[in-house]
Every structure is written in structure tokens, then in C-alpha cells.
Design a protein around this ligand. Structure first.
Ligand code: ASP
Length: 348
């Protein structure tokens, strides 16, 4: 089959609920292979597309996802980049937002769609949400505009009926089919009878269309959740973690934390040692503004930087990406408050 005759999509199956099929004999849920997928989703044959697949062996529960597997995904995409119009990654829902965020930084100059999807019910179950998610994700991955370019040249999550920017998305529901939400950025498309794209919200095609894959990630980071009653020894244990390079501090409201002198002292000592501390609110909607209250101002004075309206998944993977590239603390801080791939809202 000649690539120019048909839209072509590479389906990368990593694992997760979507790929489970009930064994008719034992009743247990087992991971499928691509042939079984085609048997369970005969609709795939009705696409006039070339759909090929790559499968993780063994498929994983996405709780086992890790930076080395993100590098493997980047490698698969790099290797197959010129031969496909788009990529669909079938992924467990639990860490899908982390993978989507990481890939958005690792695939620089992306000019083709990379759509992650999965499901809440296995594809072999009668009421599955997996079929619709998979079929629409394939359509989105192959969609072109009248210039022959990809409509959505970015890393996205498609779930239920919404196409969301991957690095703006979090898993928010473990029960309903609508499992993901993007609090601080609108949907890129919605699917009903038709797929409606909001072109003004989609990342424009990069000027340089030469994919620049990145593989360096440094996971020496930690998360510090602030709560009433937090103890000095708890904060100290986090900030004195060996080899620590950065901390995401989850604060209250618009970025506020207790005004205890020991807390400010520990944070200041850490930032002076070159540890990057990013202030991210425990509220999902809204933006960190440390200058708004006294309880935020002292964090600014301790050298803490703002995570703006980013998701936790994005701040963690962006830090891994920047630190992995050997940047100094000052450079990391500067890039953390710079919008790289649509992950934060910065008023210019
Ligand atoms: N634990 C599964 C996973 O993330 C859940 C799912 O796929 O929805 O792999």
C-alpha cells in the first residue's frame, strides 16, 4: 500500500484497560494482541486508512509507566515519523496525563498528531467506551486541512467526546466515562455527529517541521504538599532528599502557605543551594499569584517561583525535561516561567 494513497496511522499499544479482553473460558481480563483488537473492533476495517500497530511486550498497567518508557515512545515515533500521518497511543488512564505532558516537551517541532486514548471499560466488554475513543482518535490522528497539513499538530488526549491539549489535562474521574479534564485551557475539539475543531485554540504548525526528539530526563524531583499542621521535620526530609534538584510545592488558593519562620528558612536555604522550588496551587482552576497575599509574598522572597496555571503532571515532566538537559538552576527557573508548548498561560 502506498502511503500517499491512504491516510496512515500508527497505533501504539502500551497497555491499560482498553486493551483487555475477557477470556471466554476463565472470565479473567487479559491483554490483547493487535489481531484480537481487529476482531473486537471490526469497524477498523471500514476505515479507508492504512493502520499499522506497535505493541509493548508485555503491555503494562500505566501505573508502571516511567521515564524510560517515554523515551521508548519517542523512539518509536521518531523511527516511524515519515511513514505515518499521525500516531494513536493506547494507554492506561491512570498516568496518561503524565505521558502526554512528557511527550509534548520531548517531541519538539511536532507537525503530526499524537493522540493518546484509552478507556474505562475493556474493549471486549459490551458497554465499552473504548471503541468510540479508539475510532475517533484514529480519525483525529489522520485529519488534514485543505493545505494537506495535520489539523492537530500536537500531543493530545481524546476521551469520551473531547480532544484536550495533553499537557493541560488531568485524570479527574475513576468512575465515569468522562475521565479527563482540562481546567485552564479549552477543548481543542468536540465530537458529536461531527467533529468540531476550535482552530484558534490548536497549536499552529511549527515553522521548522523537522522533528527534534529529546531523550534526556532527570527525575530527581519531589512533591511537597502543604497542609495545616505540617511539621518542620517533614519539610526538612523532603528538602534534604539526596540529589534533589527541584520541588513542586502544592500550596493553597492563589499560592499561599503558612507564614512560619522555619518554613521560610528551609525554603530559602534550599533555593540558595540551587534547588528549584515551583509553587503550584492545590486548586485546579486559576493561577498562582504570590504577590496577592502576605502568605504568598514571603514565598517569593524565599526564591520560590510560580507554576502559573499548569497541571502537576506538566510541572513535573517539564522539570525532568529541563533538568535532564543540564540547564543551571537559573536557566531552569527562567524556562519554567516561559511557555514552551502551550502548557502555561503567561500574559505577555
Ligand atoms: N490501571 C489502568 C491503567 O492505567 C486503568 C485504566 O487503564 O483505565 O493502566
Amino acid at each position: 500500500m502506498n502511503k500517499t494513497d491512504y491516510p496512515s496511522v500508527l497505533l501504539i499499544y502500551t497497555g491499560g484497560t482498553i486493551g483487555m479482553i475477557e477470556n471466554p473460558e476463565t472470565g479473567a481480563l487479559e491483554a490483547f494482541n493487535f489481531d484480537q483488537l481487529q476482531e473486537n473492533v471490526p469497524e477498523l476495517k471500514r476505515f479507508n486508512y492504512q493502520i499499522l500497530s506497535y505493541q509493548f511486550t508485555p503491555p503494562i498497567d500505566s501505573s508502571d509507566m516511567e521515564p524510560d518508557l517515554w523515551k521508548k515512545l519517542v523512539q518509536i515515533i521518531q523511527y516511524n515519523y515519515d511513514n505515518f500521518d499521525g500516531f494513536v497511543i493506547l494507554h492506561g488512564t491512570d498516568t496518561m496525563a503524565y505521558t502526554a505532558s512528557a511527550l509534548s516537551f520531548m517531541l519538539e517541532n511536532l507537525s503530526k498528531p499524537v493522540i493518546l486514548t484509552g478507556s474505562q471499560l475493556p474493549i471486549g466488554v459490551l458497554r465499552t467506551d473504548g471503541k468510540e475513543n479508539l475510532i475517533t482518535a484514529i480519525e483525529l490522528a489522520a485529519a488534514k486541512n485543505n493545505k494537506g497539513e495535520a489539523v492537530v499538530p500536537e500531543v493530545c488526549i481524546f476521551f469520551e467526546n473531547k480532544l484536550l491539549r495533553g499537557n493541560r489535562t488531568s485524570k479527574t474521574n475513576a468512575e465515569e466515562f468522562s475521565a479527563f479534564h482540562s481546567y485552564n485551557y479549552p477543548s481543542l475539539a468536540t465530537s458529536g455527529i461531527h467533529i468540531h475543531y476550535d482552530i484558534s485554540k490548536i497549536k499552529p504548525m511549527p515553522e521548522n517541521k523537522q522533528l527534534k526528539p529529546h531523550y534526556a530526563l532527570d527525575p530527581n524531583i519531589s512533591v511537597l504538599n502543604i497542609y495545616p499542621g505540617i511539621q518542620e521535620k517533614t519539610v526538612r526530609a523532603v528538602l534534604e532528599t539526596p540529589d534533589l534538584r527541584a520541588v513542586v510545592m502544592r500550596t493553597y488558593g492563589s499560592g499561599n502557605a503558612p507564614q512560619k519562620p522555619w518554613l521560610i528558612r528551609l525554603l530559602k536555604e534550599a533555593t540558595e543551594k540551587g534547588i528549584v522550588i515551583v509553587n503550584l496551587s492545590q486548586c485546579h482552576t486559576g493561577i498562582v499569584e504570590m504577590h496577592r497575599y502576605e502568605a504568598g509574598l514571603h514565598l517569593l522572597e524565599a526564591g520560590v517561583i510560580s507554576g502559573y496555571d499548569a497541571t502537576l503532571e506538566t510541572v513535573l515532566t517539564k522539570l525532568m525535561f529541563l533538568l535532564g538537559h543540564g540547564l543551571s538552576s537559573e536557566e531552569v527557573k527562567r524556562m519554567m516561567v516561559t511557555n514552551i508548548v502551550g502548557e502555561i498561560t503567561i500574559e505577555e
